[in-house]
Design a protein around this ligand. Structure first.
Ligand SMILES: *Cc1c(COP(=O)(O)O)cnc(C)c1O
Length: 232
């Protein structure tokens, strides 16, 4: 497994470097987040050994198990990339370094209060719905900037940018306008909130990099096909 994952990380970094070069950008600008949902802690450790430091998880319970098993790995940072219910905010604040899925003010307020209690500053991204009816996650595009302003004003949260997912069935060229719209929203944020533009997954990260992504969330192309049931 180690060799396979090391090879995939190497190949992915090549593809990221080529996509960055094509866009006239440096590959150093682009953070690779390994999406480890439904993959084992051993897979995460193998990717860490291959130099990956940022990991994305979708489910709180699964993340809690992996944090317990891997908490000691130096430099490892966890991103929550799945939808969050307010009643799990306490655990989310305790487990994650970045919450990428803030899509409503009520959730941001709960996270802010929890972060205050836990004496943490939590990095957050606002998730924007780029897929319309196909996907209910994310704030609607016309409301995104207003939500960002409200989130940025809350104590103990640091608004770092935006996250979005293109519609899943579109082909690579059809996807680019969705990423371009997210970039335009990102460019409208105040400078202090423009750190992270999270877009692009295994099937479309090159298009996302061409449109300005500086964080890509890669699961399948790094860890292989996801098992259908949890391995932890
Ligand atoms: C699962 C997931 C990914 C990774 O998807 P792959 O196609 O396996 O790379 C990225 N982002 C989010 C929000 C996800 O839920």
């Amino acid at each position: 497994m180690q060799n396979e994952i090391t090879e995939r990380v190497f190949y992915l970094r090549e593809r990221i470097a080529v996509a960055a070069a094509c866009a006239g950008r440096s590959p150093d600008e682009i953070t690779l987040v390994g999406v480890s949902k439904r993959h084992s802690s051993e897979s995460v450790r193998a990717a860490w050994d291959a130099g990956v430091r940022e990991f994305g998880e979708n489910y709180i319970q699964e993340a809690r198990d992996k944090c317990a098993q891997l908490g000691e790995l130096p430099g490892l940072r966890w991103h929550l990339i799945g939808g969050l219910q307010s009643n799990k905010a306490r655990l989310a604040v305790a487990l994650f370094d970045v919450v990428q899925t803030v899509d409503r003010l009520s959730l941001a307020q709960v996270l802010s209060r929890e972060a205050e209690k836990q004496e943490k500053e939590l990095a957050v991204l606002v998730e924007v719905n780029l897929a319309g009816q196909e996907n209910r996650a994310g704030v609607a595009e016309p409301e995104a900037l207003a939500l960002c302003e409200q989130v940025a004003a809350l104590p103990n949260l640091r608004l770092c940018g935006l996250m979005g997912m293109a519609p899943l069935r579109a082909d690579a060229e059809a996807i680019r306008p969705h990423f371009a719209r997210l970039r335009h929203l990102y460019e409208a944020l105040p400078e202090a909130n423009r750190r992270v533009l999270s877009m692009g997954m295994s099937g479309d990260f090159e298009a996302a990099i061409a449109e300005g992504a500086n964080l890509v969330r890669i699961g399948t192309a790094l860890f292989g096909q996801r098992p259908s049931v949890s391995t932890t």
